[in-house]
Design a protein around this ligand. Structure first.
Ligand SMILES: O=C(O)c1ccccc1N[C@@H]1O[C@H](COP(=O)(O)O)[C@@H](O)[C@H]1O
Length: 214
């Protein structure tokens, strides 16, 4: 079974739609040093996380400057897992030692040090990142290379980067990841930070291969 993570949720109604659609994981973005419409203040991120039922994994997506900053944000937002972008393996190892929740590393699919991340994290998000390591770019990457990474790495890999309801079934077939992760591809217009509920339902249905829920 391929897990589905729907990310960059900014509104209660989008979060509820993601949960109703059957997402396994849902993500909120907070404290990132880039311009993104998906960024929430920590208290707002905490309020959304508080709404998520135990059956769905809440993921805090962030780009901490230091492990201390990441640990403080986890304490404030109280997610089930933290996804960090732009961190070195050493910083991730230090963060893991300070918190009680799993750490997911957001990494660029073209990097060649992914083994170093796999040894210190609970999972990887294999993404198309910008020069600061941020995701949410809406860009796909080389899925043939991604398939090899998934097969070779000793850690669960979530495939991200430019996934949409239209291409996700093909991505799953080509890459065979542990899970898939989407943000901009289910927005009403790319880059708005608000989700199109029909798109997110279609995305989850295409991953599971099940007919759309009523
Ligand atoms: O979404 C963002 O703005 C963001 C900012 C900083 C770090 C990560 C971010 N998003 C992550 O990007 C992938 C999916 O991106 P997309 O589907 O290509 O838009 C996902 O893991 C988000 O958590």
């Amino acid at each position: 079974m391929t897990r589905t993570k729907l990310c960059g949720l900014t509104r209660e109604r989008d979060l509820d739609a993601a949960i109703d659609a059957g997402a396994d994981m849902v993500g909120v973005v907070s404290r990132v040093p880039i311009e993104t419409p998906r960024e929430l203040a920590p208290d707002r991120a905490a309020a959304l996380v508080d709404r998520i039922p135990d059956s769905v994994t809440s993921v805090l997506v962030t780009m901490p400057e230091t492990p201390d900053e990441g640990a403080a944000l986890v304490e404030r937002v109280a997610p089930d897992a933290i996804q960090v972008h732009g961190c070195s393996p050493a910083e991730i190892e230090e963060l893991s030692e300070r918190i009680a929740v799993p750490v997911i590393a957001g990494v660029d699919a073209v990097d060649d040090d992914l083994d170093d991340y796999a040894t210190v994290t609970d999972a990887l998000v294999l993404d198309s990142t910008d020069e600061q390591g941020a995701g949410g770019t809406g860009e796909t990457h080389d899925w043939a290379r991604a398939r090899k990474i998934v097969a070779d790495l000793d850690a669960p890999v979530l495939l991200a980067g430019g996934l949409t309801p239209e291409n996700v079934a093909s991505a799953v077939e080509t890459v065979a990841p542990f899970g898939v992760d989407v943000s901009s591809g289910i927005e009403d217009q790319q880059g708005t930070g608000t989700k199109d509920h029909a798109k997110l339902q279609r995305f989850v249905a295409r991953v599971s291969g099940e007919p759309l829920r009523a």
